[in-house]
Design a binder for this molecule. Structure first.
Ligand SMILES: *[C@@H]1O[C@H](CO)[C@@H](O)[C@H](O)[C@H]1NC(C)=O
Ligand SMILES: *[C@@H]1O[C@H](CO)[C@@H](O)[C@H](O)[C@H]1NC(C)=O
Ligand SMILES: *[C@@H]1O[C@H](CO)[C@@H](O)[C@H](O)[C@H]1NC(C)=O
Ligand SMILES: *[C@@H]1O[C@H](CO)[C@@H](O)[C@H](O)[C@H]1NC(C)=O
Ligand SMILES: *[C@@H]1O[C@H](CO)[C@@H](O)[C@H](O)[C@H]1NC(C)=O
Length: 427
């Protein structure tokens, strides 16, 4: 079905998942998993990851047999049984990707318009995600907009989630005439309105979800970061009434091994601050988020998603490159199927897995970490608006100011939204 890659195409990464398939290692792994399954029962899913986002529902269904046929809100079909859409490979597909052009979407912020800022290649726009066991449904903007009629969709989190929000707006806006849409920014909000649909797609800045000293949507570059214990309602009161929520939080927690948690209030003269291992602080935030969802989101009318860690590519030594390099000048994918970058904290992934496997709160996990980690080519690198003039030293060494965290649009984050689309309509 897939057209053969054209001769000039970068190598397809479909070789990725072949190598280990029938090796003795594979059988050893199987045996190991079998053993662990027996030992740890449900913890099995943490090893493969593929069951985690479904498991809460399964658990729940087995508990209350009555709700067995319970259909998730917005669902119109099902993904093929047992197909983990997050497990797959990147396929070169110049014919169908990108899904829109950079200059055709006026909402992309200048930090993400790579072509406009001189990126010489476009290869990063032409990859399509292909799950191993099934195909992704094609993104249907009309269906998405009809579904959002009279509704609010909210992306809540940090700048990476803002990128996904903008990608979603770009995927939809072509179906709306010029006079019938607007984008407004106020306080912590960016709000895109589709007037004829009476629908909004919103982004809300809350990099920790909880109250923190980095909550100003514009001035938030604080190195001594502090999060206030249990304080989700400070922001959460603005999320009530949303019909679809997409959360993320990760990067801002990465300040070291410990993280500062404030007991009491930011207004207290004497602040009581406790340092916790970062994983514990992160777990606390996840649990509070789930509690908020349980209390504020009606399970038969709404859907909630959580996007996992967005990987960065700051050290090319991770993929066997130059010891001083990073994502700068990378135009091809990482082909090692087992690749996991050193700046992508496994402990945090474990916490996410643990928390989701134990909860009954209906929340859908978008496990984009691994599939994005192959995409060292997809970052904005030096091709973005620079807020300060570059020094001669920087200009002489472009890698020194490359942004290996954020992603060009169109690009990788459109795939995250295709996965969101799949999980929303075909859970
Ligand atoms: C996400 O997927 C990756 C790769 O499939 C897996 O290693 C990881 O454990 C998964 N994470 C969770 C929390 O399920
Ligand atoms: C997209 O969704 C709309 C509304 O549900 C439907 O009428 C249309 O046929 C769909 N388009 C495609 C290409 O599937
Ligand atoms: C528009 O949608 C909002 C919810 O986002 C709803 O409260 C309101 O009644 C709707 N207005 C119309 C005219 O449908
Ligand atoms: C959702 O559930 C509540 C009670 O839990 C019920 O009152 C309401 O009618 C339900 N709404 C829909 C759309 O099924
Ligand atoms: C960029 O990479 C190419 C090979 O992929 C190499 O020939 C070139 O020297 C690199 N340029 C810089 C500035 O590092």
């Amino acid at each position: 079905m897939k057209p053969a890659p054209p001769a000039a195409a970068p190598p397809s990464s479909s070789v990725l998942l072949r190598k280990t398939r029938l090796s003795p290692f594979f059988f050893a792994l199987l045996a190991f998993i079998f053993f662990v399954t027996i030992l740890y029962g449900e913890d099995f899913s943490c090893i493969f990851g593929q069951l985690d986002f479904d498991q809460p529902r399964h658990l729940h269904q087995s508990i209350s047999a009555k709700k067995k046929s319970e259909k998730l809100p917005f669902a119109i079909g099902e993904t093929e049984r047992g197909c983990d859409i997050f497990n797959g490979r990147w396929v070169w597909d110049k014919g169908s990707r990108p899904l829109y052009e950079e200059d055709e979407c006026p909402y992309i912020q200048p930090q993400l318009t790579c072509q406009e800022h001189g990126r010489p290649d476009k290869d990063y726009q032409h990859w399509r995600w292909q799950p191993n066991g099934c195909s992704l449904p094609s993104f249907n903007a009309t269906l998405m907009l009809e579904t959002l009629r009279g509704k609010r969709m909210m992306f809540i989190g940090d700048s990476l989630n803002r990128g996904q929000f903008v990608s979603m707006v770009c995927l939809l806006h072509r179906s709306i005439p010029k006079h019938a849409k607007s984008m407004k920014t106020f306080g912590s909000f960016n709000v895109f309105t589709a007037k004829e649909y009476n629908a909004t797609i919103e982004f809300y800045w809350a990099p920790f979800l909880l109250e923190s000293n980095s909550d100003d949507a514009v001035v938030h570059r604080i190195s001594d970061r502090i999060v206030r214990k249990g304080s989700i309602n400070k922001h959460g009161k603005h999320w009530k009434g949303a019909d679809i929520i997409v959360f993320n939080t990760y990067l801002w927690w990465m300040t070291g091994q410990q993280f500062k948690i404030l007991h009491g209030s930011f207004d207290d003269e004497e602040k009581e601050i406790v340092e916790l291992p970062t994983e514990d602080a992160y777990r606390m935030a996840m649990k509070i988020m789930l509690r908020w969802v349980k209390k504020n989101m009606e399970r038969n009318k709404t859907r909630v998603f959580f996007t996992s860690m967005s990987p960065s590519h700051e050290k090319s030594i991770d993929w066997g490159g130059d010891p001083h390099g990073n994502c700068y000048n990378e135009t091809t994918l990482i082909e090692d199927e087992e690749y996991w970058g050193s700046d992508c904290r496994k402990g945090v992934m474990r916490v996410i897995g643990e928390v989701f496997s134990k909860t009954k709160v209906p929340i859908t996990f978008l496990n984009i970490t691994k599939l994005s980690s192959y995409r060292r080519d997809a970052h904005t690198s030096i091709y973005k608006k620079q807020w300060n003039p570059l020094t001669p030293e920087q200009l002489a060494n472009p890698a020194s100011y490359a942004d290996c965290v954020h992603w060009c649009l169109p690009g990788l984050q459109d795939t995250w939204n295709e996965l969101l689309f799949a999980k929303l309509f075909y859970p």
